[in-house]
Design a protein around this ligand. Sequence first.
Ligand SMILES: C[S@@+](CC[C@H](N)C(=O)[O-])C[C@H]1O[C@@H](n2cnc3c(N)ncnc32)[C@H](O)[C@@H]1O
Length: 250
Amino acid sequence: MHCSMWLAPGRTCLDIDAIRIAYRRYARLYDFYFGALFQPGRKAVVERMNCRPGEQVLEVGVGTGLSLPLYPEEALVTGVDISPDMLRRAQARKIRGGLGQVIDLRLMDAENMDFDDNSFDKVVAMYVASVVPRPARLVDEMRRVCRPDGELFIVNHFHSSNPVAGGIENLLAPLSQVMGFRPDFGLGTFIHETGLEVLDTRPVNLFGYWTLLRVGNNKSERADLGNALGQRPKAAASGKHPAHALYRKA
Ligand SMILES: C[S@@+](CC[C@H](N)C(=O)[O-])C[C@H]1O[C@@H](n2cnc3c(N)ncnc32)[C@H](O)[C@@H]1O
């Protein structure tokens, strides 16, 4: 599905190059601006994930790895990101912090992952859903690599129902390419288009302006929908692309 499905008519959508450029720009100061501000949401989602010893966890759009120290030592965490500049910082954080729970950090497009089907127990996207070019494609990939009875977790800002905040977000929407995310990203449309089976939600961060979603991995229902629409299921991937081995476990 094209990202214009998520936007008001005439709005620009994001593409991978625009995202890489935006996050090359953000990388150096990302932790300063978005570290403390978004950390309550990161803590809330990792707590909600309730990772058990030996569970395989995938974080898509791991960024500079601000969440990585929050995972319990017994978890097995893999992180992927499309921005080499952001991922380098995650790798440095892992080494600096001796984060043994982080088993792999890879340069990878979360909309088209190299992991085999059903590889992870839990898959999480923190502040990523409104950044990727095709959010429904992201969710489909999260489902595919998560085992059938696993869980997905998404924390994101969704378009505000408050007329003033929502109006400002609408005004900012044409700047999506420059900002690297879509301020007018709507929760209702997101749930409708992805077919998410939302188990629970809670507001997080400042003024509860962001939302944490816990989602059941209803991949069979989604596959039925895909088949009905004539889409072919993606074959299991090999994971052998050389660029993706850049940040493997040190
Ligand atoms: C707002 S940042 C969030 C970073 C991190 N999750 C955090 O909590 O701070 C969005 C991240 O998503 C990454 N990203 C955007 N599109 C992506 C894609 N298609 N595949 C993988 N990562 C992507 C960006 O490079 C960036 O690091």
